[in-house]
Design a binder for this molecule. Structure first.
Ligand code: ASP
Length: 351
Protein backbone atom coordinates (compact mmCIF):
# COMPACT_ATOMS: atom_id res chain seq x y z
CA UNK A 1 0.00 0.00 0.00
CA UNK A 2 1.27 3.47 -0.89
CA UNK A 3 2.31 5.54 2.14
CA UNK A 4 -0.37 8.19 1.40
CA UNK A 5 -3.08 5.49 1.45
CA UNK A 6 -1.75 4.14 4.72
CA UNK A 7 -1.89 7.61 6.26
CA UNK A 8 -5.48 8.13 5.03
CA UNK A 9 -6.52 4.71 6.30
CA UNK A 10 -5.07 5.26 9.78
CA UNK A 11 -6.59 8.75 9.86
CA UNK A 12 -9.99 7.26 8.99
CA UNK A 13 -9.63 4.61 11.70
CA UNK A 14 -8.58 7.22 14.25
CA UNK A 15 -11.63 9.38 13.45
CA UNK A 16 -13.91 6.33 13.69
CA UNK A 17 -12.38 5.33 17.04
CA UNK A 18 -12.79 8.89 18.26
CA UNK A 19 -16.47 8.82 17.33
CA UNK A 20 -16.97 5.49 19.07
CA UNK A 21 -15.35 6.77 22.28
CA UNK A 22 -17.37 9.98 22.10
CA UNK A 23 -20.58 8.04 21.52
CA UNK A 24 -19.96 6.10 24.71
CA UNK A 25 -19.67 9.20 26.86
CA UNK A 26 -22.86 10.16 28.71
CA UNK A 27 -24.89 13.10 27.47
CA UNK A 28 -25.40 16.13 29.75
CA UNK A 29 -27.58 19.17 29.18
CA UNK A 30 -26.24 22.46 30.51
CA UNK A 31 -28.97 25.06 31.10
CA UNK A 32 -27.43 28.53 31.46
CA UNK A 33 -28.88 31.43 33.45
CA UNK A 34 -25.99 33.93 33.77
CA UNK A 35 -24.27 34.79 37.06
CA UNK A 36 -20.62 35.46 37.83
CA UNK A 37 -19.56 32.22 36.12
CA UNK A 38 -20.65 33.85 32.82
CA UNK A 39 -19.60 37.41 33.69
CA UNK A 40 -16.91 39.69 32.32
CA UNK A 41 -15.71 43.09 33.41
CA UNK A 42 -17.40 45.79 31.37
CA UNK A 43 -15.22 48.95 31.34
CA UNK A 44 -18.15 51.12 30.27
CA UNK A 45 -20.47 50.02 33.10
CA UNK A 46 -17.44 49.68 35.42
CA UNK A 47 -18.49 46.33 36.78
CA UNK A 48 -19.03 42.65 35.98
CA UNK A 49 -21.98 41.71 33.77
CA UNK A 50 -23.21 38.34 32.43
CA UNK A 51 -21.70 38.16 28.92
CA UNK A 52 -20.54 34.65 28.05
CA UNK A 53 -22.74 32.31 26.03
CA UNK A 54 -23.15 28.69 27.07
CA UNK A 55 -20.92 27.65 24.16
CA UNK A 56 -18.17 29.97 25.42
CA UNK A 57 -18.49 28.53 28.94
CA UNK A 58 -18.00 25.03 27.57
CA UNK A 59 -15.15 26.01 25.20
CA UNK A 60 -13.20 27.31 28.20
CA UNK A 61 -13.10 23.78 29.65
CA UNK A 62 -11.69 21.36 27.02
CA UNK A 63 -11.45 18.60 29.66
CA UNK A 64 -15.26 18.37 29.53
CA UNK A 65 -14.85 16.40 26.30
CA UNK A 66 -13.25 13.58 28.25
CA UNK A 67 -16.16 13.36 30.69
CA UNK A 68 -19.36 13.86 28.72
CA UNK A 69 -21.00 14.96 25.53
CA UNK A 70 -22.53 18.35 26.19
CA UNK A 71 -25.59 20.13 24.88
CA UNK A 72 -26.05 23.75 25.96
CA UNK A 73 -29.30 25.68 26.16
CA UNK A 74 -29.79 29.24 27.41
CA UNK A 75 -32.68 29.86 29.82
CA UNK A 76 -31.72 33.34 31.08
CA UNK A 77 -28.79 35.74 31.21
CA UNK A 78 -29.12 37.52 34.55
CA UNK A 79 -27.43 38.14 37.86
CA UNK A 80 -29.19 35.76 40.20
CA UNK A 81 -30.60 38.58 42.32
CA UNK A 82 -32.98 38.93 39.35
CA UNK A 83 -34.02 35.27 39.52
CA UNK A 84 -37.82 34.88 39.66
CA UNK A 85 -40.38 32.13 40.31
CA UNK A 86 -41.28 32.34 36.60
CA UNK A 87 -37.71 31.40 35.65
CA UNK A 88 -37.69 28.65 38.32
CA UNK A 89 -40.75 27.27 36.65
CA UNK A 90 -39.15 27.35 33.20
CA UNK A 91 -36.00 25.67 34.56
CA UNK A 92 -38.07 22.95 36.25
CA UNK A 93 -40.07 22.34 33.09
CA UNK A 94 -36.98 22.08 30.86
CA UNK A 95 -35.14 19.91 33.40
CA UNK A 96 -38.09 17.52 33.60
CA UNK A 97 -38.37 17.37 29.79
CA UNK A 98 -34.63 16.77 29.34
CA UNK A 99 -34.39 14.10 32.04
CA UNK A 100 -37.42 12.26 30.65
CA UNK A 101 -35.31 11.75 27.51
CA UNK A 102 -33.36 8.50 28.00
CA UNK A 103 -30.40 9.95 26.09
CA UNK A 104 -29.56 12.35 28.96
CA UNK A 105 -27.67 11.30 32.11
CA UNK A 106 -28.14 14.57 33.99
CA UNK A 107 -28.68 18.32 33.92
CA UNK A 108 -26.26 21.06 34.98
CA UNK A 109 -27.61 24.56 35.64
CA UNK A 110 -25.11 27.43 35.58
CA UNK A 111 -26.34 30.12 37.97
CA UNK A 112 -25.29 33.14 40.01
CA UNK A 113 -24.39 32.22 43.56
CA UNK A 114 -26.58 34.83 45.27
CA UNK A 115 -29.88 32.93 45.02
CA UNK A 116 -28.54 29.57 43.79
CA UNK A 117 -29.69 27.75 46.93
CA UNK A 118 -33.32 28.80 46.32
CA UNK A 119 -33.30 27.61 42.71
CA UNK A 120 -31.58 24.39 43.80
CA UNK A 121 -34.29 23.70 46.39
CA UNK A 122 -37.08 24.57 43.92
CA UNK A 123 -35.64 22.05 41.45
CA UNK A 124 -35.09 19.50 44.23
CA UNK A 125 -38.82 19.68 44.96
CA UNK A 126 -40.19 19.86 41.42
CA UNK A 127 -37.97 17.58 39.31
CA UNK A 128 -39.58 14.17 39.15
CA UNK A 129 -36.64 12.22 37.72
CA UNK A 130 -34.00 10.58 39.93
CA UNK A 131 -31.22 11.67 37.54
CA UNK A 132 -28.79 14.26 38.95
CA UNK A 133 -29.52 17.98 38.74
CA UNK A 134 -26.38 19.99 39.51
CA UNK A 135 -26.21 23.75 40.08
CA UNK A 136 -22.89 25.47 39.61
CA UNK A 137 -21.49 28.97 39.59
CA UNK A 138 -18.36 30.90 40.42
CA UNK A 139 -17.24 33.49 42.93
CA UNK A 140 -14.64 34.96 40.55
CA UNK A 141 -15.88 36.19 37.19
CA UNK A 142 -14.83 34.55 33.92
CA UNK A 143 -12.58 37.51 33.00
CA UNK A 144 -10.53 37.17 36.22
CA UNK A 145 -7.30 35.25 35.64
CA UNK A 146 -7.82 32.70 38.42
CA UNK A 147 -11.58 32.35 37.98
CA UNK A 148 -13.03 29.31 39.73
CA UNK A 149 -15.71 28.85 37.05
CA UNK A 150 -14.02 26.36 34.68
CA UNK A 151 -12.97 23.96 37.45
CA UNK A 152 -16.43 24.20 39.02
CA UNK A 153 -18.11 23.48 35.68
CA UNK A 154 -15.92 20.42 35.12
CA UNK A 155 -16.72 19.20 38.66
CA UNK A 156 -20.45 19.77 38.11
CA UNK A 157 -20.46 17.68 34.92
CA UNK A 158 -18.43 14.96 36.65
CA UNK A 159 -21.08 14.71 39.36
CA UNK A 160 -23.92 14.91 36.79
CA UNK A 161 -22.64 11.71 35.13
CA UNK A 162 -21.78 9.90 38.35
CA UNK A 163 -23.98 6.84 39.01
CA UNK A 164 -23.61 7.59 42.73
CA UNK A 165 -25.36 10.95 42.27
CA UNK A 166 -28.59 9.30 41.09
CA UNK A 167 -31.46 9.63 43.59
CA UNK A 168 -29.84 12.43 45.59
CA UNK A 169 -31.87 15.22 44.02
CA UNK A 170 -30.57 18.68 43.20
CA UNK A 171 -27.09 19.50 44.46
CA UNK A 172 -24.72 22.45 44.38
CA UNK A 173 -21.20 21.58 43.22
CA UNK A 174 -18.51 24.22 43.77
CA UNK A 175 -15.02 24.31 45.24
CA UNK A 176 -14.74 20.48 44.81
CA UNK A 177 -17.63 19.97 47.24
CA UNK A 178 -21.08 18.45 46.77
CA UNK A 179 -23.90 19.86 48.91
CA UNK A 180 -27.59 18.92 49.04
CA UNK A 181 -30.14 21.50 47.88
CA UNK A 182 -32.24 21.43 51.06
CA UNK A 183 -29.27 22.01 53.36
CA UNK A 184 -26.81 24.20 51.53
CA UNK A 185 -26.45 27.94 51.97
CA UNK A 186 -24.15 30.71 50.77
CA UNK A 187 -21.93 31.58 53.75
CA UNK A 188 -19.43 34.08 52.37
CA UNK A 189 -19.80 36.98 49.97
CA UNK A 190 -16.41 36.38 48.33
CA UNK A 191 -14.77 33.07 49.39
CA UNK A 192 -14.68 30.38 46.72
CA UNK A 193 -15.75 27.86 49.38
CA UNK A 194 -18.92 29.81 50.02
CA UNK A 195 -21.47 26.97 49.84
CA UNK A 196 -21.77 24.97 53.02
CA UNK A 197 -24.32 22.74 54.69
CA UNK A 198 -23.81 24.21 58.12
CA UNK A 199 -25.72 21.73 60.23
CA UNK A 200 -24.95 18.33 58.71
CA UNK A 201 -22.08 18.92 56.30
CA UNK A 202 -21.33 18.22 52.66
CA UNK A 203 -22.44 15.05 50.87
CA UNK A 204 -19.04 14.42 49.32
CA UNK A 205 -16.20 15.60 47.15
CA UNK A 206 -15.36 15.72 43.48
CA UNK A 207 -11.69 15.67 42.64
CA UNK A 208 -9.54 14.76 39.66
CA UNK A 209 -9.52 11.15 40.94
CA UNK A 210 -13.32 11.00 40.84
CA UNK A 211 -16.56 11.64 42.66
CA UNK A 212 -16.99 10.33 46.20
CA UNK A 213 -20.15 10.55 48.31
CA UNK A 214 -20.06 9.98 52.08
CA UNK A 215 -23.75 10.45 52.88
CA UNK A 216 -27.14 11.02 51.24
CA UNK A 217 -29.90 13.57 51.88
CA UNK A 218 -32.84 11.84 53.55
CA UNK A 219 -35.43 14.62 54.04
CA UNK A 220 -36.48 14.88 50.41
CA UNK A 221 -39.94 15.16 48.84
CA UNK A 222 -41.33 15.85 45.39
CA UNK A 223 -44.13 18.32 44.64
CA UNK A 224 -44.63 18.07 40.88
CA UNK A 225 -45.76 21.48 39.64
CA UNK A 226 -48.90 21.25 37.51
CA UNK A 227 -48.79 23.58 34.45
CA UNK A 228 -51.96 25.38 35.58
CA UNK A 229 -50.91 25.73 39.24
CA UNK A 230 -50.34 29.32 40.38
CA UNK A 231 -47.30 30.13 42.49
CA UNK A 232 -48.62 32.54 45.11
CA UNK A 233 -47.04 35.71 46.42
CA UNK A 234 -45.15 34.73 49.57
CA UNK A 235 -43.12 37.35 51.44
CA UNK A 236 -40.46 37.01 54.14
CA UNK A 237 -40.39 39.36 57.15
CA UNK A 238 -37.43 39.48 59.55
CA UNK A 239 -37.77 39.85 63.29
CA UNK A 240 -35.28 42.13 65.09
CA UNK A 241 -35.19 43.91 68.44
CA UNK A 242 -37.97 46.47 68.37
CA UNK A 243 -39.80 44.99 65.34
CA UNK A 244 -43.44 45.98 65.80
CA UNK A 245 -45.19 44.33 62.87
CA UNK A 246 -45.57 47.50 60.79
CA UNK A 247 -43.96 45.82 57.73
CA UNK A 248 -46.49 43.00 57.98
CA UNK A 249 -49.38 45.49 58.20
CA UNK A 250 -47.99 47.30 55.13
CA UNK A 251 -48.08 44.00 53.23
CA UNK A 252 -51.69 43.46 54.27
CA UNK A 253 -52.66 46.98 53.26
CA UNK A 254 -51.07 46.60 49.82
CA UNK A 255 -53.09 43.40 49.26
CA UNK A 256 -52.31 40.29 47.24
CA UNK A 257 -50.42 38.52 50.00
CA UNK A 258 -50.86 34.75 49.65
CA UNK A 259 -48.44 33.54 52.32
CA UNK A 260 -45.94 34.82 54.85
CA UNK A 261 -42.65 33.46 56.19
CA UNK A 262 -41.31 34.89 59.43
CA UNK A 263 -37.54 34.90 59.98
CA UNK A 264 -37.96 34.85 63.73
CA UNK A 265 -35.35 35.07 66.44
CA UNK A 266 -34.02 31.95 68.15
CA UNK A 267 -36.50 29.07 68.03
CA UNK A 268 -38.78 31.22 65.86
CA UNK A 269 -39.83 33.95 68.28
CA UNK A 270 -41.26 37.41 67.57
CA UNK A 271 -42.23 40.33 69.83
CA UNK A 272 -45.73 40.63 71.27
CA UNK A 273 -46.31 43.60 68.92
CA UNK A 274 -45.26 41.64 65.84
CA UNK A 275 -47.41 38.73 67.02
CA UNK A 276 -50.49 40.97 66.87
CA UNK A 277 -49.74 41.79 63.21
CA UNK A 278 -49.33 38.06 62.49
CA UNK A 279 -52.72 37.47 64.15
CA UNK A 280 -54.22 39.86 61.57
CA UNK A 281 -52.64 37.81 58.75
CA UNK A 282 -54.01 34.59 60.22
CA UNK A 283 -57.45 36.19 60.65
CA UNK A 284 -57.52 36.45 56.85
CA UNK A 285 -56.62 32.73 56.68
CA UNK A 286 -53.28 33.49 55.00
CA UNK A 287 -50.72 30.72 55.77
CA UNK A 288 -47.80 31.76 58.00
CA UNK A 289 -44.61 29.71 58.35
CA UNK A 290 -42.18 30.38 61.18
CA UNK A 291 -38.49 29.99 60.37
CA UNK A 292 -35.54 31.55 62.14
CA UNK A 293 -32.74 33.98 61.38
CA UNK A 294 -30.39 31.55 63.20
CA UNK A 295 -28.22 29.54 60.78
CA UNK A 296 -28.78 26.07 62.20
CA UNK A 297 -31.37 24.17 64.19
CA UNK A 298 -35.15 23.75 64.11
CA UNK A 299 -37.89 26.16 65.09
CA UNK A 300 -40.08 24.71 67.84
CA UNK A 301 -42.96 25.76 70.13
CA UNK A 302 -41.21 25.53 73.51
CA UNK A 303 -42.01 28.94 75.03
CA UNK A 304 -45.45 30.28 75.89
CA UNK A 305 -45.02 34.11 75.90
CA UNK A 306 -47.08 36.11 73.37
CA UNK A 307 -44.95 35.91 70.19
CA UNK A 308 -43.18 32.71 71.20
CA UNK A 309 -43.75 29.33 69.60
CA UNK A 310 -46.78 28.11 71.53
CA UNK A 311 -48.76 31.30 70.84
CA UNK A 312 -47.85 31.16 67.14
CA UNK A 313 -49.00 27.54 66.85
CA UNK A 314 -52.24 28.45 68.65
CA UNK A 315 -53.14 30.89 65.84
CA UNK A 316 -52.30 28.30 63.14
CA UNK A 317 -48.72 29.18 62.24
CA UNK A 318 -46.58 26.32 60.93
CA UNK A 319 -42.99 25.76 62.04
CA UNK A 320 -40.39 25.43 59.27
CA UNK A 321 -38.31 22.63 60.86
CA UNK A 322 -34.69 23.59 60.04
CA UNK A 323 -35.41 25.27 56.69
CA UNK A 324 -33.95 28.75 56.26
CA UNK A 325 -36.54 31.51 55.64
CA UNK A 326 -35.73 31.61 51.90
CA UNK A 327 -36.14 27.84 51.55
CA UNK A 328 -39.25 27.76 53.75
CA UNK A 329 -40.70 30.27 51.27
CA UNK A 330 -39.96 27.95 48.33
CA UNK A 331 -41.60 24.99 50.08
CA UNK A 332 -44.61 27.08 51.15
CA UNK A 333 -45.13 28.37 47.59
CA UNK A 334 -45.14 24.83 46.24
CA UNK A 335 -47.16 23.27 49.08
CA UNK A 336 -49.80 26.00 48.61
CA UNK A 337 -50.36 24.77 45.04
CA UNK A 338 -51.85 21.68 46.76
CA UNK A 339 -53.51 22.94 49.95
CA UNK A 340 -54.25 25.95 52.15
CA UNK A 341 -55.05 23.79 55.16
CA UNK A 342 -52.74 24.43 58.11
CA UNK A 343 -52.48 20.77 59.17
CA UNK A 344 -51.72 19.66 55.62
CA UNK A 345 -49.18 22.46 55.18
CA UNK A 346 -47.54 21.38 58.43
CA UNK A 347 -47.15 17.87 57.03
CA UNK A 348 -45.06 19.27 54.10
CA UNK A 349 -42.70 20.91 56.60
CA UNK A 350 -42.46 17.77 58.74
CA UNK A 351 -41.52 15.49 55.83
N1 ASP B 1 -24.19 38.57 41.36
C1 ASP B 1 -23.85 37.24 41.06
C2 ASP B 1 -25.10 36.42 40.94
O1 ASP B 1 -25.61 35.87 41.88
C3 ASP B 1 -22.95 36.67 42.06
C4 ASP B 1 -22.47 35.33 41.67
O2 ASP B 1 -22.82 34.75 40.67
O3 ASP B 1 -21.67 34.81 42.44
O4 ASP B 1 -25.56 36.26 39.85
Amino acid sequence: MKPIRLVLLSLGLAILAGHLVAAELPLVKILTTGGTIASRYDPVQKGFVPALSGAQLVEAVPELNEVARIEVEPVASIGSSDMTPEIWRKLAQRTNEVLADPRFAGVVVTHGTDTMEETAYFLDLTVTSGKPVILVGAQRAASIKDTDGPRNLLSAVRVAVSPEAVGKGAMIVMNDEINAAREVTKTSTLDVGTFQSLEFGKLGYVRDEGVRFYRAPTRRQTIALEPAAKLGRVEIVLHYAGADGSLIRALLERGGLDGLVIAGAGLGHVSGAMFEAIEEVRAKNIPVVVSTRVYTGRTLPLYAAKGSGVSLVNIGCVHADNLSPQKARVLLMLAMTRTQDTKELKAYFDR
